[in-house]
Design a protein around this ligand. Sequence first.
Ligand SMILES: Nc1ncnc2c1ncn2[C@@H]1O[C@H](COP(=O)(O)OP(=O)(O)OP(=O)(O)O)[C@@H](O)[C@H]1O
Ligand SMILES: [Mg+2]
Length: 258
Amino acid sequence: MSESTRPLLKARGLSVAFDGFMAIDGIDLSVPQGGLLGVAGTNGAGKSTLFAALAGQVTATQGEVEFAGHLITAKPPHQRARLGLARTFQVPREFASLSVLDNLRAAAPNAAHESLVAAWLGRSAARRADQALAERADEVLALTGLARVRDERAGALSGGQKKLLELARALMGRPQCILLDEPFAGVNPVLIEKLLEVLRTIHQQGIALVVIEHHLQALKSLVPRLVVMDQGQIIADGAPDQVLDDARVQAAYMGGVV
Ligand SMILES: Nc1ncnc2c1ncn2[C@@H]1O[C@H](COP(=O)(O)OP(=O)(O)OP(=O)(O)O)[C@@H](O)[C@H]1O
Ligand SMILES: [Mg+2]
């Protein structure tokens, strides 16, 4: 819902080369405000590299990335996060020895900045910043269903709970867009349903979601639009059933798709 045609995130001719190997090659992709789309493709197709180029973990060799009207191609990840572009990682990156709650506190993209400002402004400003952070953490814990485990060590969570925590960390900065890299990988079917429910709620709140996934059944139940990548390029983009029927997509999966 609330999907308009105004682009929020836009890649133009985006390429990333590793030692001359084109991991992504001339990607054009537009994600509207409040959009919801999936990204599929076989192992090594370039999906995670595309996210890394969009979110700033790798530098584009060519092309441009625009987000919320800003050209962000050369900006570091924390600046992109401050503009409202968040991502999760294929392998969860929680701080294992910290509690779930402290992982959330550490994930707020403005946390370091705010604590510096607060130190400068004095104790009452510091208290307000702390309170705002605590309130956001409570909201995110409730939204993701992690409230019960808020004081547990993140390293002790199940694989599925770690995926939820990865999403919760991305939510701390009140993003306009979240790039999710394989949120269902290694997650049991019950928790996949829970994750789908959380993602639908987040989308209903107007946050744009781009979801990389190999689990095509779960992905199809979530997204109205699917992009398929192969060898660093986008080979199909459209309604999931149509896209998965496409001859190039079938060939890329060697007929083994769904
Ligand atoms: N840092 C890197 N240095 C060198 N090559 C890399 C690097 N990161 C990715 N690659 C290569 O780029 C290609 C695309 O990798 P990427 O991780 O983007 O694929 P993917 O579509 O996410 O695959 P998967 O579904 O297995 O996660 C692969 O051939 C990979 O080996
Ligand atoms: Mg990947």
